[in-house]
Ligand binder design. Sequence first.
Ligand code: CA
Length: 541
Amino acid sequence: MRSTTNPTRKTTPAPTRRAAALAFGLLLLLIPAAASAQAPATANGQATATTARRPPNIVFIFSDDHAYQAISAYNDPRRLLTTPNIDRIAREGVRFDRCIVPNSICGPSRATVLTGKYSHRNGFYNNSNSRFDGSQPTFPKMLRSAGYQTAIFGKWHLVSDPTGFDEWHILPGQGEYYNPMMIHKGTRARQPGYVTDVITDLSLDWLRGRDRSRPFLLMCQHKAPHREWLPATRHLGHDGDRKYPEPPTLFDDYSGRGLAEHDQDMTIARTMTPQDLKLTTPKGLTPEQRAAWDAYYEPRNTAFRAANLNGADLVRWKYNRYMHDYLGCIKAVDESVGRLLKFLDDEGLAENTIVVYTADQGFYLGEHGWFDKRWIFEESLRTPLLVRWPGVTKPGSANADLVSNLDFAETFLDAAGLPVPADMQGRSLVPVLAGRTPADWRKSFYYEYYEYPQPHHVRPHHGVVTSRYKLVRFDGPDLEAWELFDREKDPYELKDVHEDPAHAGTVAELKRELTRLRTELGVPEHPPEEASGRPRPRRAQ
Ligand SMILES: [Ca+2]
């Protein structure tokens, strides 16, 4: 992958040759990185990269359950916190305002990122009984075959061992926040410290020891801010006991919608556990960590118990505790991003490195009274996506196209000048990153969700999403129903208008589009039995 051809080599004496080589190297760095973005589109619309310059490094920073509402660059009206380092990527790159996911939970999202395929194609449907088939093609494998150094650190959550990486050091399952057990190429050992710092340290250590002659792919995958939202002790009390502004739908009664919305189990009011609310002390803390933990939580928990809250007051208390903890976890993630960006600056790598910040899906921060994700609805469906690629992305720009983590594998391959396999189901974002969205870019997107009934009793559903509408189909095992939402008139998605005669034309059109997408994407008429994650029924003796 090295760009070593030196046109002056045969005719110049050694010192001049070195100078020329240096100049050539600098030239490569100075060539606008838009080589692939400027290339003509092929018949299938994928931009074709040219490899005149050294392929870009890729730093993929992937957090877990980080809602766009909790990144200050997204300007949520609640102004929940400031994330100066994550915002730097937006300020120096592009912010995507409609990056949506095909299946809004952790494992399936990770499988989609690696494969560029939907759950029904990569075989990873849910977090309960799915196991990633590591023998299938993934973009890290393809980059590695082309000469990239590849590494992944942190949350993996795909059950089988990682494949396609020179180095991997992962959390088993969901992982732990404090002094986590980790697996380094099959060997388990506990790592002292706070998980976000540990993952960052491992990432930086690997970067320091890299082969400088070759490009690299670093996947830095945080556990935070996943439930049960345990901040680093240095961030306990980060908000000065702030009373957080509430979302307009904190006390949603789900009127105007069907059984599925009424009958879920993911509310702040009913579903949060004493562990979620830090009314119990987590296991695995060192004495020092335990002391800091108790110093923050104990007096506040004592006051809470004495107040004997109920009804709306109790929900508000839980919401504020949730926000303190969830946002506290993000403080450490933001610091991690700052350390990675500083390393790229210090090493002179920033110019030829694509930096991506994203999460595996969206998350509810009290909207509709909820935490968690899973739904086709907006806070769950939309994930943050910020990309900095000097010379390609316009600093401080924003993009509202329908893009997806389904597109990431294709994008990284295209950016590296590699072909995109025809059976990947997304599309390279390289021209979109350059501000030249192809005229035939998608106007609709297919969504699918399978895991039921545990853990949050969200009914399996699929549907079609456009810039304005969502048509949702709940399809068993115990609910058959359609819903339609018009986000232009109903931005909070509070009113199902599927039966409204005024929308009959829209419903018919979207049902045709749903059928078209399912056919194009090869969605089976009925999902396999294991897709729901339910235990297989015992065979009769
Ligand atoms: Ca997640």
